[in-house]
Design a protein around this ligand. Sequence first.
Ligand SMILES: [Zn+2]
Length: 146
Amino acid sequence: MIFSDLDAPAAPGAYVLWLRLGAPLTATAGKVVATLEPGDYLYCGSARGPGGLRARLARHMLKDKRAHWHVDQLTLAGQVLGAFIVQGGDECALNAALDALPIPLPGFGSSDCRRCAAHLRFWPKGVALPSDWENARKAVETPPPA
Ligand SMILES: [Zn+2]
């Protein structure tokens, strides 16, 4: 788990972005509209362009940008808490590992994907992630000493 875009390699790969909404957000995915409740969300994406994972995560963490992707609605309205990255990984495989988590908005982030119903999951408090991701939530509930 990384907490700064500077920790990410400038190499292609996939990532799970950990987001938090402090207030309800009306979000859209194509023609589908839903109200996302306050709480934590996980978004699976991939970065294959110049600058790789580092450039993509830097953009997600940027507050001053024009909304382009579905996920920009959440990064602009909420907080980016961190990201789990897999160099050379596949976003749909990461998403499949989150299969037990609810889909708040069908089609969100997956309009160019034929495998997944959405690339965004709601992450209810107390629900475990795959074991190697678990340290993420623990790291925030017990912040590391400054
Ligand atoms: Zn997919």
